[in-house]
Design a protein around this ligand. Sequence first.
Ligand code: NAP
Length: 264
Amino acid sequence: MKLSGKKILITGASSGIGAATAVLAAAQGGEMILQARSRDKLDQVADRIASAGGTGHVYPVDAADNAAVESAAAKIKTEVGVPDVIINCAGAGRWLFADETSGEEARQMMDAPYFAAFFTTRAFLPEMIARKSGHIININSAACFFAFPGATGYISARWALRGFNDALREDLHTTGVKVSMVAPGKVATPYFETNEGAEDRIPGIVDMFYPTLTSEQVARTIVKTIRSRKKTVVPPLLMSATVALNPFMPGVIRWLMRKTGAKR
Ligand SMILES: NC(=O)c1ccc[n+]([C@@H]2O[C@H](COP(=O)([O-])OP(=O)(O)OC[C@H]3O[C@@H](n4cnc5c(N)ncnc54)[C@H](OP(=O)(O)O)[C@@H]3O)[C@@H](O)[C@H]2O)c1
């Protein structure tokens, strides 16, 4: 799919991976619809896009609030049109042991990415299905393929997002609407400042063997996925190989994660 003239909605567009993807996709001709809660940060991304000659429409919303998502979607449909591509990139969550996690925080971790992706996608699905075209790209984490100590709410929410991604693909398999998941390893973004303590609990094996990606590298992968419509993409390459090997040697990988993972 060419990006030129395509309407591309991206949640989590105010920071990190989402912001970098919005800027790159706009530079390649995409008409961007930018969502997150922070209007000021979205305006800054829209300004960067505009100063490079692109278009970025700002629709601030809490993507975990279904009524707010529906009302923003109604405005977007009237003012911009139905997106050709939705990139679900809103996400947050501290890395905590289950017993350290309050009930409220456990729920919040499901809010974004899982409910945010569900609500944002469903708000536009009827039109995409009627039109027989569209592409949903869920930005997940490589944690959706593994389990390790000290990030129980985070990992659960990423497994939920993977479940949504895979089930949605089956829902839509006769409709012409495609579903992809991009699930990177560690990426240098403001995530680790916003979600305090998360970086310290990444299993040591990650920093030992897998290069930390930049937001721009992941943005390139996401934009490539808009074109390729590949089902699952796990950057970097070595992480992809580990995900492929995991079903054949789950004990070894679990041992490495435990050995180098967060300790009580
Ligand atoms: N950084 C990594 O190492 C890494 C690796 C793999 C996967 N990921 C995943 O990629 C996603 C994006 O992460 P990032 O690293 O780019 O983090 P980030 O820089 O903290 O960006 C997170 C984005 O999500 C938005 N957001 C959070 N809650 C929201 C809500 N309820 N409604 C709307 N927007 C919301 C934030 O905007 P507002 O606060 O303005 O709402 C922000 O734009 C996350 O799900 C993360 O788990 C990150």
